[in-house]
Design a protein around this ligand. Structure first.
Ligand SMILES: [Zn+2]
Length: 318
């Protein structure tokens, strides 16, 4: 009897050990699940920061500095005109998730009309002025030398600055610095990461500036005839002169067209630059009058560095 009792005791002991192990194992599984949920919390907290910017060239700037920490959304889509664009309701609703908004900040009409509304969808969104520190130049529409003055009775203000700041690589450097400062403000723990990215991209812009300077070194004083006056900062930087066909966002009058055709003939201009965003009928009329051709260049292309190198080749071939 005593022996049987000992066997029973050993069996009970074994059962206790086995069930104990089972409990331990399942507890371990449970801990594993906890770890899993911790991991997913970590990946939630490392989700990309939603940054919104107004125009496409800014996307390359934000992506260059923000790298894989940011997701960049653009308000004025490809092919749309930032002087007249009106955001869709779905774009405004998207603001609720945005952490930072990068304005061009140079007085471009889209922002003048819409920034208050955009901010009303997210009061916590950090809004930066991408042009802070850039010397704004007067819009070339202020240049009356080629202008037909007959439709100047609209009380249209003539003190506006040229909003197309980004077309100068030196201005682009300032815009990139402003984006960097903004990202450091909203995400200070990744400052080092943003700093390295910013410095790498500034080096590329600096190289671009050197290329443009050398490519256009023999073009000083060259007049470029453009439909839309978006190249003012570029021309100022590299010694070209911009003549615009469009006046205050409108096609010229017949009298204005005649003045432009005479001037183009006098200056031996053979190329008229157009942008894909704008109707180019008047540019084509002038081109045929002067025996020249129309060439498309895009101030709003998303791939900034490649696009600017392409633009430089177009000006170089004048
Ligand atoms: Zn424009």
């Amino acid at each position: 009897m005593e022996k049987d009792f000992k066997i029973l005791f050993v069996l009970v002991g074994l059962i206790l050990i086995i069930s104990g192990s089972l409990i331990f194992l399942s507890a371990k599984d449970y801990t594993g699940l906890l770890n899993l949920s911790n991991d997913s919390e970590i990946s939630n907290s490392s989700q990309k920061i939603l940054v919104v910017a107004s125009v496409l060239p800014q996307k390359e700037f934000v992506d260059a500095v923000g790298g894989d920490k940011v997701q960049t959304v653009i308000m004025v889509p490809p092919g749309a005109d930032p002087h007249t664009y009106e955001p869709k309701a779905s774009q405004l609703q998207q603001m609720a998730n945005a952490v930072m908004y990068v304005q061009v900040g140079s007085g471009i009409e889209f922002e003048l009309s819409w920034m208050d509304k955009i901010q009303s969808f997210n009061q916590n969104m950090y809004i930066i002025n991408g042009s802070k520190g850039i010397n704004l130049i007067k819009s070339s529409e202020d240049d009356h030398s080629t202008e037909d003055n007959s439709n100047h009775d609209e009380g249209h203000g003539h003190s506006e600055s040229d909003p197309h700041v980004w077309v100068s690589p030196l201005n682009a450097m300032i815009m990139v610095e402003n984006i960097y400062q903004g990202l450091v403000k909203i995400d200070p723990k990744n400052k080092e990461y943003y700093l390295i990215n910013k410095e790498n991209y500034i080096k590329k812009l600096s190289q671009l500036d050197k290329n443009v300077t050398s490519e256009l070194s023999d073009k000083k004083g060259t007049k470029i005839l453009v439909y839309h006056p978006s190249w003012g900062y570029f021309c100022q930087e590299y010694g070209l002169t911009q003549i615009a066909i469009e006046k205050e966002g409108k096609d010229p009058t017949p009298k204005g067209m005649a003045i432009l055709i005479n001037q183009a003939k006098k200056d031996n201009i053979k190329v008229i630059f157009i942008s894909p965003q704008y109707n180019t009928r008047s540019a084509e009329v002038i081109a045929s009058e002067i025996g020249g051709k129309v060439v498309s260049i895009d101030e709003l292309a998303p791939d900034y560095l490649n696009n600017m190198n392409h633009v430089v080749q177009s000006f170089k071939n004048l």
